[in-house]
Ligand binder design. Structure first.
Ligand code: C5P
Length: 293
């Protein structure tokens, strides 16, 4: 039996840094969306443990430090005999790494879900989120995988019921950026929280709301990787309704009115910068059903 799923990109449509905990982690408020495009994960029973990475961003990811293997191993620690049988895991790495779009966290979340199914482990979502949090602050939100508001260090989640489907273009100039470096480069750590959230699922209302919000990590990331400014400038020049960096960067996104406009811009940017990651996709919309976190 082979089980597979997509590990979508995580996009911070808005990310406010509102303080810092005593242990150094930052307190955030973020509107988070997930895209149709992502990495692909598959798991199947095997006679020995095996891990294979394919795809355009596979380089350097086969090592034991990979979050995919950490996710497998943490399930074994937690569930013992139930999680013993050997598994072959494949990761098709389509998302750039160290890029602010949650690739590693999303992969870990996908593996936690796939392996608990394969090993037939019954685990309540809240308990799986607690296990995921040990792998990284963004793993619980990736386990949830639907539009949400994240608070705390990113682990306190609340469903966001009013996200429309948004045509979105992701652009990364190929420069990795380590999250801790960006947080350390922050000059200010106490910003205003998110404004009152939009109540209906309407693209115009959401964009209006987004214009009142920011990514507070953007100035710090820009100071480390000035090319982020060129990427944002290019997205704006090409007609993005809004252009912003996601997470700790360096991936930036542009939101467009129509999928065709996002695709046209993808072609224009890819032609100018053939070695950049440029991907036209869409955010998945809120479904209306309130699935509790
Ligand atoms: O939890 P994760 O390993 O993804 O975080 C990577 C690093 O990013 C942390 O070690 C910390 O330096 C920083 N971070 C932070 N505040 C957060 C999330 C991450 O300072 N809310």
């Amino acid at each position: 039996m082979k089980l597979e799923n997509t590990a979508p990109a995580k996009i911070n449509l808005a990310l406010h840094v509102i303080g810092r905990r005593a242990d150094g982690y930052h307190l955030l408020e973020s509107l988070v969306a997930f895209t149709a495009f992502g990495d692909r994960l598959s798991v199947r029973p095997s006679d020995r443990d095996h891990f294979e990475v394919t795809g355009p961003f596979r380089d350097g990811l086969e090592g034991g430090a990979n979050l995919v293997l950490k996710a497998r191993d943490i399930l074994r620690l937690h569930f013992g005999a139930q999680a013993k049988s050997p598994v072959a895991i494949t990761l098709e790495k389509n998302l750039p790494v160290a890029a602010g779009i949650g690739g590693g966290s999303s992969d870990a979340a996908a593996v936690l879900k796939l392996l608990t199914r394969l090993w037939e482990i019954q685990v309540p979502p809240k308990e799986l989120a607690q296990i995921g949090l040990m792998l990284g602050a963004d793993v619980p939100m990736c386990l949830y995988g639907r539009p949400l508001i994240a608070r705390g260090i990113g682990e306190m989640l609340e469903p966001f019921p009013a996200l429309p489907r948004l045509p979105i273009l992701l652009v990364n100039a190929g420069l990795p950026l380590a999250t801790p470096k960006v947080f350390s480069a922050l000059i200010k750590r106490e910003h205003a929280p998110l404004p009152a959230l939009p109540s209906k699922s309407d693209p115009a209302e959401l964009l209006e709301w987004m214009r009142l919000t920011r990514n507070d990590l953007e100035p710090a990331a820009l100071s480390l990787v000035p090319e982020i400014g060129s990427v944002l400038g290019l997205l704006r020049a090409e007609g993005a309704l809004i252009a912003r960096m996601s997470g700790s960067g360096a991936t930036c996104f542009g939101i467009f009115e129509h999928q065709e406009a996002a695709e046209r811009t993808r072609q224009a940017i890819a032609q100018k910068h053939p070695y950049w990651f440029v991907c036209a996709t869409e955010t998945s919309a809120s479904t209306g059903e309130l699935v509790h976190v």
